[in-house]
Design a protein around this ligand. Structure first.
Ligand code: ATR
Length: 309
């Protein structure tokens, strides 16, 4: 058994499963994939069913997704998770894409169904569940500011917030280049007047905008979707002047568990949560797509706690 498999390991079922008690039937595809926590999340949930299957990490170079999926189908895999940088490339290989994944323009879960390859994205719905669990509020009722809205994670979360019909959405990014065309795609979701005039419900701002602080007065939820905070020495991506006691602050980063942003937010009296709940809920939703009728949340939650500690 290996920590990480490659395309060469997919040559035959006997080769892939040599030394293992159970056949590999689900995988996470990424590049690099070594640090993916998905096996720690999914294997205990698989073990809690009578499926008798293994969940493996599969290293796939960009450009090889179609080949990898073809081989996995031939080996009778149930489905896969797809992670960075393959979420866009994998979408093109699907024969059917659910409405949510289509709106997000990316997938993170595939189910092989006969000759069909069904694509889903559980990141957005997982975010909605995470916010509800951590803060007991609904995304649709909130005024939301997303820092790093131009990155892959930021775009998925922003699109989900738009789909939910959130009250306001401020897209913030270091460079405006990525969020200008993106905000045009989201504009139709904000065409109706709710709280403010139509122009005000969706805004884009550069991270160094002097307006960031005054805009944050009218925000309920701040989300960090940048990679700033992954290193323990990283600063907060947001100036302290933008943080207030009424804010809910969610950092998509879960390792380290308390980023500088979350520390600053706590110091300002805000409520905070990290990305562990997003990891958990997107995983549980994927599992339920492969195995309808199961409820893996409890098993996954304790598995994740052990993996992190
Ligand atoms: P992706 O998710 O598309 O692979 P990424 O390089 O991981 O992108 O970056 C994710 C987000 O973090 C982006 O919004 C990025 O901002 P830019 O679009 O301006 O590159 C943001 N980001 C990365 N490093 C940053 C930093 N030092 N300060 C502010 N934002 C940063």
């Amino acid at each position: 058994m290996k920590d990480v498999y490659t395309l060469e390991d997919l040559v035959s079922r006997a080769h892939l499963d040599s030394g293992a008690d159970q056949p590999a039937r689900i995988a996470v595809l990424g590049h690099p994939v070594t640090h993916s926590l998905s096996p720690q999340l999914h294997q205990p949930a698989l073990d809690a069913t009578s499926a008798g299957m293994r969940y493996i990490r599969l290293e796939v170079e960009p450009g090889n997704i179609r080949t990898a999926l073809q081989k996995l189908r031939e080996l009778d895999f149930v489905g896969v998770n797809v992670t960075v940088p393959h979420k866009f490339e994998a979408l093109d290989t699907c024969t059917e894409i659910d409405a949510n994944a289509r709106a997000l323009g990316a997938i993170n879960t595939i189910l092989f169904d006969g000759d069909d390859t069904l694509g889903f994205n559980t990141d957005g719905p997982g975010f909605v569940r995470a916010i509800h669990e951590d803060f007991l509020v609904d995304v649709k009722d909130l005024r939301i500011m997303i820092i790093g809205a131009g990155g892959g994670a930021g775009q998925a979360i922003a699109t989900q917030c738009a789909l939910e019909g959130c009250q306001r959405l401020i897209l913030v990014n270091r460079s405006l280049g990525k969020i200008q065309p993106f905000s045009k795609r989201l504009a139709p979701y904000f065409s109706s007047e709710q709280l403010e005039g139509p122009g005000d419900r969706l805004r884009i701002l550069p991270l160094d905008s002097p307006e960031l602080s005054s805009e944050s007065d009218h925000i309920d939820l701040i989300v960090n979707a940048t990679s700033v905070g992954l290193k323990r020495t990283d600063p907060s991506p947001l100036p302290g002047s933008c943080l207030q006691p009424h804010h809910l602050v969610y950092d998509t980063i879960y390792n380290p568990p308390q980023t500088r942003l979350l520390q600053d937010a706590s110091n300002h009296g805000a409520r905070t949560a990290n990305g562990l709940s997003l990891l958990l809920h997107q995983g549980a939703l994927a599992f339920e797509l492969w195995f309808p009728g199961t409820n893996p949340l409890k098993t996954m939650r304790s598995a994740l706690r052990s993996a992190i500690s």
